[in-house]
Design a protein around this ligand. Structure first.
Ligand code: PEP
Ligand code: MN
Length: 637
């Protein structure tokens, strides 16, 4: 059952509730959510919920209707983020696990580890104990294979996962691995599930060849009941009458599982299809369906592989697949999980330390649930401490004064164009610099009070850009309502939730709707689904190098003004051409206090440092003023 606690509950009352439940043989787990704290209580005993409801500090008791309790969404509404070493799986990430079917030799696993890491894999796989259909087939290198796998993972900075087939191997395997894999054939090996669950180590739980989704979730419940809450489910195809592929990938299992459980789900296109040519298209389908990642078999020489060669990708095919996934990710509101170098700063915003009081703050303009806040979470981490600011200027000032370490500000939208205010503020804050870029897909929703209806709406509030981007919907389906500009999208949701008028609606993200417990009356109402906003990450000069050192710099942004003489703009552009500074954006902006004078804002592809220095010298000489706004890694799709 789920026991929702009152907001003002005391520690003593919490203790008394726990004691009561334990005395009735219940296991109790405390889950602290954004909006409420709950106790999840599971046990074999039946209890009259009213006995719990009357306890001091209890707000409500909800029985869990599903046979799996700890794994159920009814118990925990927010997505579980599984941490495997430095890698996180779940939420807005796409994590790629890759490697050979089996570890065959030290050289083989080292070669493949290097290749998959360079392409973008974040976890290395490789079987050391292979459950094979034939007793005469290669059974794996055993402990020797684990040693090679660990060495390869350490050398190329990736956590490793491998399959366990025997409960007696748990202790022996622990020091070598970061995540246990429980294979399809062992999904219902309950002794194995219990033994592995007791270690508390993350587990990748594959779906059994003939398992229903409920049986699969019951297997995860075994792991959870034994003490493990770091479980990733993996859909790897099930047995059907179809013979064209090795198994049949149950793609609909992905959204179904996401509805039923808080645990993340990934897909395995290799075992699902059994055929190399099918792996890439099916991988894209898995990501498009909303999965949190993939487990892909890759081999440097598939024809000579000891197992599963025909389904293993060549390293070049894997590299292409990752690029395709990178292009697809923003469409489903996700980003590829990356491993950042182990620098102090990165550990602060990339790891559990974010929960600390001293976590790094990141300023954005808007209220909670604003698209800028979504950009922060997809760029940094779910736990990133986003600092809402009323205006763009306040967000810039928060960074300039050190109240926030970074700021994430929109610079351009594919439908609405450039956000000039961001450029102007960058120009007027010489101690701030651009260090990063992030693109997110903007999906607008019509949001109203619970119980309201589209027909009954008389007024709709949103940021002018939000209204403009939904013009088709507003003129065709909401012509009966008045569209009113508001200072930001998420703020509009807060506004209508306070007014409590069921005839008012707002246009904003689904996160803003959830945050204010409002209802989505219609999803995805933007006129063009290719609606992306590009954000800059800004910070003070002194933090810039720490941020930049984690990425490959391939973009530069600068601003210049030209001398008042014929051909002056041409002179500057000629320098860009001479040095191969491929221009990606050019904007002119009026200069404050100098009527009819303009500065030009440029974004270009970065060139080699030495050449860039020379180009800069010439640019300075040819312009009236020149300033580099920042260099960064472009978030290209
Ligand atoms: C594997 O991933 O190596 C494997 C054997 O997969 P499955 O258990 O899904 O067959
Ligand atoms: Mn395999």
């Amino acid at each position: 059952m789920v026991i929702i606690l009152k907001k003002q509950i005391t520690e003593a009352q919490k203790g008394a509730i726990k004691e009561f439940l334990k005395s009735r043989s219940f296991k109790v787990k405390e889950i602290v959510g954004q909006e409420e704290t709950i106790f999840g209580a599971v046990g074999i005993n039946r209890i009259d919920v009213r006995e719990v409801e009357i306890l001091e500090g209890v707000a409500k008791v909800i029985p869990i209707s599903k046979p799996y309790k700890l794994a159920s969404r009814e118990l925990k509404k927010s997505d579980t983020i599984v941490e495997v070493g430095k890698v996180k799986i779940g939420g807005q990430r796409i994590a790629i696990i890759a490697g050979p079917c089996a570890v065959e030799s030290r050289e083989q696993i080292m070669t493949i580890a290097k290749q998959v890491k360079e392409s973008g894999a974040v976890i290395l796989r490789g079987g050391a104990f292979k459950p094979r259909t034939s007793p005469y087939a290669f059974q794996g290198l055993g402990e020797e294979g684990l040693k090679y796998l660990k060495e390869a993972g350490e050398t190329y900075d990736m956590p490793v996962t491998t399959e366990i087939v025997n409960p007696n191997d748990v202790e022996m395997m622990l020091p070598y691995i970061d995540m246990f894999q429980i294979g399809a054939r062992n999904m219902q090996n309950f002794e194995l599930l219990k033994a592995v669950g007791q270690t508390g180590k993350p587990v990748l739980l594959k779906r059994g060849l003939a398992a229903t989704i409920e049986e699969w979730l019951m297997a995860s419940e075994y792991l959870m009941a034994s003490g493990c809450d770091q479980i990733v489910l993996c859909e790897r195809g099930i047995r059907t009458y179809e013979q064209a592929t090795r198994n049949t990938l149950d793609i609909s299992a992905i959204p179904v599982v996401q509805k039923l459980t808080h645990l993340p789900i990934i897909g395995d296109p290799s075992h699902a299809t059994g055929l190399r040519d099918m792996v890439s298209p099916v991988s894209l389908a898995i990501i498009a369906a909303g999965a949190s990642g993939l487990m892909v078999e890759v081999h440097n020489n598939p024809d000579a592989a000891f197992s599963d060669g025909p389904q293993s990708l060549f390293p070049q095919q894997f590299e292409k697949l990752i690029r395709d996934i990178q292009a697809l990710a923003p469409v489903v509101g996700k980003s590829l999980e990356r491993i950042l170098p182990p620098r102090a700063e990165v550990e602060i915003w990339g790891g559990p330390a974010l929960a600390d009081a001293e976590s790094v703050k990141i300023a954005f303009q808007g209220e909670r649930g604003a698209y800028s806040e979504l950009a922060i979470h997809s760029l940094f981490d779910d736990k990133a401490d986003a600092l809402p600011c009323r205006t763009f200027r306040e967000a810039f000032d928060a960074v300039a004064k050190g109240e926030a370490r970074y700021g994430v500000l929109p610079v351009e939208n594919t439908l609405g164009g450039t956000i000039n205010e961001t450029l102007d503020l960058l120009h007027s804050h010489p101690n701030l610099t651009v260090v990063g870029e992030k693109q997110i897909r903007v999906i607008h929703n019509l949001i109203g009070l619970p119980g309201s209806s589209i027909q009954g709406i008389t007024k709709v509030f949103s940021h002018p850009q939000g209204l403009a981007q939904c013009e088709d919907f507003l003129t065709k389906e909401l012509a009966h309502a008045e569209a009113l500009p508001f200072f930001d999208t998420a703020g509009a949701v807060a506004h209508i939730s306070q007014l409590k008028n069921p005839t008012y609606a707002a246009i904003a993200s689904s996160v803003a709707a959830r945050y204010h417990s409002m209802e989505i009356l219609k999803e995805a109402i933007e006129s063009d689904s290719n609606n992306f906003t590009r954000f800059y990450v800004i910070c003070r000069q002194e933090y810039a190098e720490v941020y930049r050192s984690t990425a490959k710099i391939d973009r530069v942004a600068f601003v210049f003004a030209v001398k008042d003489r014929p051909g002056s703009l041409f002179d500057v552009l000629r320098i860009l051409s001479k040095y191969g500074l491929n221009m990606k954006k050019l904007e002119s902006r009026p200069i404050l206090g100098k009527p009819w004078e303009y500065s030009f804002f440029v974004e270009a592809e970065m060139i080699e440092d030495e050449l860039f220095e020379k180009a800069t010298e010439e640019l300075i000489a040819s312009s009236a003023s020149f300033r580099i706004l920042g260099t960064f890694h472009g978030d290209r799709r």
